[in-house]
Design a protein. Structure first.
Length: 661
């Protein structure tokens, strides 16, 4: 075993090996040749520990040993490979971090097990419990399962407690100190460890490293080149330096095709510290935000060529970069125009990803920054994006937002933008019962839209008309229109659009009482949605909830319940639980939990009033039937009391009660 960390002079590497072998070199040959002679007839494992700061000398020695001996094996630990013929590379991965807060599963993960063991060595009574497991898991997650960082965090628990350590990780370089007194200095604080690695970089590598700190989560090679190719660096220089940083273990290369790259959170915090020290933070955050905006604008322009899953699936990989760019642009020292443009360009992504509440929040914040200098085309996109995300809210603000988008598109002469806005406002007005106004808008849209327009815009008109027909109780026309959309979607072969159209058609089919046909269509939609999406987003939640409602109506309660439970989790994430609480309340009643059903109905009655969400025909029928049966099953005072209890519940509480979760 040859510890090389104390060796500052590369010329002393061979001497260190001789010392470990208990031999004094004669000086008659080079030190390297003498070591090879010493090992030539021996069988042993030679461990060279910490080669990175003397990597060239270590490489020369190992190459000579491998070629000059028959029975010597070499194991070298280093942040950078030796690049010797015959070398096999094994990257030491970080410890596993649990994806669940289950006590047993969390305790068996490598990261949490190390944390518990190290805290236990300082506090013998310490144990992982239901009270502290969330904090312990989050500490390990924020530290990316990095063993040294976890050990340093554990030393702070006796002073700060587990929750105290978690809450202070935003100042990790101050918190993560106090390693073993006799350990190498670079193992006594996290900052010293990173200083050691940073000190081994060339000037150019340091520059690229600190600028990579602007990326949050993972990033592509193309994105790195777009952001960093400036000054003295072209795209090839960026590629080479990024590869070197991967070799030196400061950047993680994720195994996928094409590869993506990321900095561990602690490494990124250190890079941002160096970026601030260099006075480059604002300039490179601006470049990063512009690159993210360009990415989303390119995707927006591909609506006619790519499916939503293809476009947004790529964007999902960069959701952390999107959030980081939006957060920076929203700050006082950020860029308001980029904020508005990026918020508008990403609006449909939040909906697809099942993150509508976050999208609404970000659109609301951006709209507050609109002023007289905002380009009308940009405001129009932003207003329409917000209005579509606001569903299921139905109030004067949402209506004004749709109308503002129509007004702006009309004023700037953007016919396609106007056509889309007219369709979406028409569908909205249909849902709130303003049938006459909806019909006028859709007739105007029909006059604008022709066969030369992209398919997704023409499909938008058909969907709006189908919604209008349904709101007008013209269900045969609604079904026929949704069937036309479905045929077009099947021709294009986009599984996600087919799933959405099947779900819409099933809603119309259920409205006329054909449960069996609705269930058949929803089963097909669910199978397609599960295959076609990389995450469980809005399309799946609606299909699940609709299937549960149809099964409930068809008295298939044992199957309806688990599907409703799965749907409720997704609907809660998306802020759409109110749309299906009537169905969940009916399911509870049919399962014999009458009081729970009444409480859930009391909740949805109030929530519907607050958000202005007019019930569609299926929800209204279920609500009316349920209220009538509850009145027959319970004394008036009992029913009113239970509904008052439900009125104070949050929607997720009402869903848990209704579904006995």
């Amino acid at each position: 075993m040859v510890p090389l960390a104390p060796i500052a002079d590369p010329a002393l590497v061979s001497g260190a090996v001789a010392q470990a072998l208990g031999v004094t070199l004669s000086g008659h040959k080079s030190a390297q040749d003498e070591v090879v002679d010493l090992l030539r007839n021996r069988a042993l494992l030679l461990v060279l520990d910490n080669c990175e700061h003397v990597v060239e000398a270590a490489s020369l020695l190992v190459d000579a040993v491998v070629k000059g001996t028959a029975r010597v094996k070499v194991l070298a630990t280093s942040q950078e490979s030796l690049k010797v013929d015959g070398e096999h590379l094994y990257r030491a991965s970080t410890l596993a971090v649990p994806s669940t807060l289950d006590l047993a599963a969390a305790g068996n993960s490598g990261a949490v097990a190390l944390f518990v063991a190290r805290v236990g060595a300082l506090q013998p009574t310490f144990a992982l419990t239901k009270q502290n497991v969330a904090d312990a898991v989050e500490i390990c997650r924020q530290l990316d399962g990095l063993a040294l960082a976890i050990e340093l965090a554990a030393t702070r628990v006796p002073l700060l407690g587990v929750s105290g350590v978690r809450n202070r990780l935003n100042e990790r370089f101050r918190v993560l100190t106090g390693g073993a007194r006799l350990a190498d200095r670079r193992h006594q604080t996290l900052h010293e460890t990173l200083d050691w690695s940073h000190g081994l970089l060339t000037v150019e590598e340091r520059l690229v490293f600190r600028r990579l700190g602007v990326f949050a989560g993972s990033f592509s090679m193309q994105a790195a080149q777009e952001v960093l190719a400036a000054d003295q660096f072209d795209e090839w220089a960026v590629l080479n330096h990024l590869g070197s940083l991967v070799d030196k273990s400061l950047v993680v290369a994720e195994v996928r095709d094409p590869p993506r790259y990321r900095l561990l959170e602690s490494t990124r915090a250190y890079a941002l510290e160096r970026l601030l020290e260099a006075g480059e933070t604002s300039a490179w955050q601006l470049r990063h935000a512009r690159a993210v905006l360009a990415m989303f604008e390119v995707s927006h322009g591909q609506q006619a060529e790519l499916s939503a899953s293809e476009r947004h699936g790529h964007q999902l990989l960069d959701v952390d970069n999107l959030r980081s760019a939006l957060d920076w642009a929203a700050r006082a020292d950020g860029d308001a125009e980029i904020l508005l443009a990026l918020t508008a360009a990403s609006a449909s992504f939040w909906d697809w990803a099942g993150l509508r509440p976050e999208g609404v929040r970000r659109c609301t914040h951006a709209i507050a920054r609109v002023d007289s200098a905002t380009p009308p085309s940009l405001e129009a996109r932003l207003q329409l994006g917000y209005a579509n995300l606001a569903f299921p809210l139905f109030n004067a603000t949402v209506r004004w937002t749709y109308e503002r988008a129509v007004e702006l598109y009309r004023a700037i002469g953007d016919q396609r933008g106007l056509g889309r806005a007219l369709c979406e406002l028409g569908a909205y007005l249909s849902r709130v019962g303003d049938i006459d106004a909806a019909e006028r808008l859709l007739r105007e849209a029909e006059q604008l839209i022709d066969e030369s327009w992209p398919r997704h815009l023409r499909a938008g008109l058909l969907q709006a008309r189908a919604t209008f027909f349904g709101a007008s109780n013209r269900w045969d026309e609604s079904r026929a229109t949704f069937e036309a959309v479905l045929r077009a979607d099947r021709e294009t072969g986009d599984p996600e659009n087919v799933a959405i159209s099947l779900t819409n058609l099933a809603n119309a089919t259920l409205a006329v009482g054909d449960c069996a046909e609705a269930i058949r269509g929803l089963r097909e939609a669910l199978a397609l949605a599960r295959r076609g999406r990389s995450i469980l987003g809005a399309g799946i939640s609606y299909t699940l909830a609709m299937l549960s409602a149809a099964l409930t109506q068809n008295e298939q309660l044992d199957e309806a319940l688990p599907i409703a439970r799965e749907a409720s989790q997704l609907l809660q994430q998306e802020g759409d639980l109110v749309l299906f609480l009537d169905h969940f309340a009916m399911l509870a009643f049919k399962l014999g939990r009458i009081a729970d059903s009444a409480r859930a109905l009391g909740c949805v009655e109030l929530l519907r009033t607050q958000c202005g969400a007019k019930r569609e025909v299926n929800e209204q029928r279920v609500r009316d039937t349920l209220l009538m049966t509850l009145k027959a099953a319970l004394p008036k005072d009992d029913l009113e009391g239970l509904m008052r209890e439900g009125a104070v519940l949050r929607d997720e509480e009402a869903a848990r009660i209704a579904l006995a979760m």
